[in-house]
Ligand binder design. Structure first.
Ligand SMILES: [Zn+2]
Length: 265
């Protein structure tokens, strides 16, 4: 399956799951139609690594920030290097935005699935919203079982950005897009039982949808369970085209334009 243009707004190519073949894989992506990838950091160490990838590959851009799970992840620099002082970590990350390939703040947000201290993640997400405002950059938002608190902060700060791997309702999606946010859909949209996501993906303008992988995770059907990469967005795009009753070409063209507009690339 080869389609173009594909813009992957959420990838993790710095993941250890790509250690064996990262360079080989990234070199093949343009041939699969991939014109852009935003690689998302989860802490300081991956912020440096994402920027390094972005410097090596013209089509790769970086989002820099601290994922809420990093607060309790022993191997994350939040714990291992900064001993939980995420304020200091975020200051170190903010300094990296001198680099032109740093196009967004994130991934950041709220995760109420894992036992991450709630007050701390709320404060950290708010600090990212303030940083995005200061830098005038879009934000990449992680929202897992935390819709009310995420929407509340987005309403308060009115950032530009994406709610990635969207899991809210159609009404939520409409509320967010009216506020100017983009909604990110990935492989999960194609999973059996993703009726809620399908409703959301058909309730909002195509002009505010962006596609993503969250690779190495979340490979779309029919590749579910395998390691994901940006080329597989072709499947997610085909699925979105089918449920919206339009062509794959239109889905890919418009969602790529959306991503380029949002990230200014
Ligand atoms: Zn992610």
């Amino acid at each position: 399956m080869s389609h173009t243009p594909i813009f992957d707004t959420h990838a993790h190519y710095t993941s250890h799951q790509f250690d064996a073949d990262r360079a080989d894989l990234l070199h093949t992506l343009p041939r699969q139609g991939v014109v852009g990838v935003v690689d998302c950091a989860v802490d300081y160490a991956t912020s440096l690594a994402c920027l390094e990838l972005a410097e090596q590959y013209p089509f790769v851009y970086a989002a820099l920030g601290i994922h809420p799970e990093s607060l309790i992840e022993e191997t994350a620099s939040t714990v291992a290097q900064f001993q939980g002082d995420w304020n200091a970590e975020l200051r170190s990350i903010a300094a990296l935005f001198d680099n032109k390939k740093a196009v967004a703040v994130g991934e950041c947000g709220l995760d109420y699935h894992w036992p991450v201290p709630k007050e701390e993640q709320l404060a950290m997400f708010e600090a990212h919203l303030k940083l995005a405002r200061e830098l005038d950059k879009p934000i990449i938002v992680h929202d897992r079982k935390a819709h009310a608190d995420v929407y509340d902060l987005l309403k308060r700060y009115q950032p530009q950005g994406v709610v990635h791997c969207f899991s809210g309702s159609a009404e939520d999606a409409q509320m967010l897009t009216k506020q100017g946010m983009y909604i990110g859909f990935g492989g999960a949209l194609t999973f059996k039982g993703a009726k809620r996501a399908v409703k959301a993906a058909t309730a909002i303008p195509l002009e505010q949808i962006v596609l993503e992988t969250d690779c190495p995770y979340m490979a779309p059907e029919p590749c579910r369970g395998h390691r994901c990469d940006s080329g597989l967005i072709a499947h997610t795009a085909a699925f979105l085209a089918e449920i919206r009753g339009i062509s794959v070409q239109e889905v890919l063209t418009v969602t790529t334009q959306n991503a380029q507009r949002l990230f200014g690339v």
